[in-house]
Design a protein around this ligand. Structure first.
Ligand code: ZN
Length: 123
């Protein structure tokens, strides 16, 4: 389960797997379906009202809200910050913030490592 901020689309994107029952050839099985919600953010770091209203009751919404507040606290908006390095490979190219729900911390990851970092301690 990850929450990341897409700097090009100015959206928080939250992706997780949800076990879903499916019937294939009259057999019932469970597959992990990939689910996603996203919330647009203004230049000044405000969550889009319409997206908020749509997702407010969602269990992932509080994480996005907290992530956004953290980015605001570190003055991430309105200018995206330079000088962050991918905590995986150390590059500073196309690095964007990700929110670790477990540790409630922000990680910086490049596009290559945004869906998973091969090293375990990635903070
Ligand atoms: Zn990287």
């Amino acid at each position: 389960m990850t929450v990341r901020f897409d700097q090009n689309r100015r959206r928080f994107i939250c992706r997780w797997q949800e076990p879903t029952q499916v019937v294939i050839d009259k057999k019932t099985g469970t597959i992990n379906r990939s689910r996603v919600i996203s919330i647009k953010v203004s230049e000044t770091g405000k969550l889009n009202k319409r997206d908020c209203n749509r997702h407010e009751g969602h269990p992932m919404y509080p994480h996005i809200d907290r992530f956004n507040r953290k980015l605001n606290q570190m003055n991430y908006f309105p200018l995206k910050q330079e000088g962050h390095k991918c905590c995986c490979c150390g590059t500073s190219e196309s690095v964007s913030p990700h929110y670790d729900i477990g540790t409630k911390t922000i990680m910086w990851l490049c596009t290559e490592h945004q869906f998973g970092c091969p090293t375990a301690d990635c903070n």
